[in-house]
Design a protein. Sequence first.
Length: 155
Amino acid sequence: MSFTHLNNAGEAHMVDVSGKDVSLRTAIASGSVRVSKEVISALRDGSVPKGDALSVARIAGIQGAKRTPDLIPLAHPIALHSVSVELEVTDDAVLIKATVKNADRTGVEMEALTAVSVAALALIDMVKSMDPTAAIVEVRVDEKIGGKSGHWLRP
């Protein structure tokens, strides 16, 4: 078996993508933050003591996507053409969905996952005084479009 991120000496390295074709690539990732009923109520009525937690989380997610190669050692620094982070308050959690697009030689799955993760962390930071049990759950890639492998959708 051959591993793409190991060189001939078995050392980790960044994959050379220079020979790949440039194509439009999209990745959609999601996750959620489980929170207490008190937090749900505060998010809905805008009374979170630290301020607008959902806006802070949204901006943090966008910033996180842009900083992915600084956080993930073998991720390529690539231009992102679009980052969207959506948050939805449900009865027991905040659902987070990130959509990242670019036109490049490598995909944006890590950027979408990082956007969700950082948005979730920022949300927890905003509500931790109200709910120290807040928890990030099920961060995952749901769909990717473009590149050599084409379209993939989580079953």
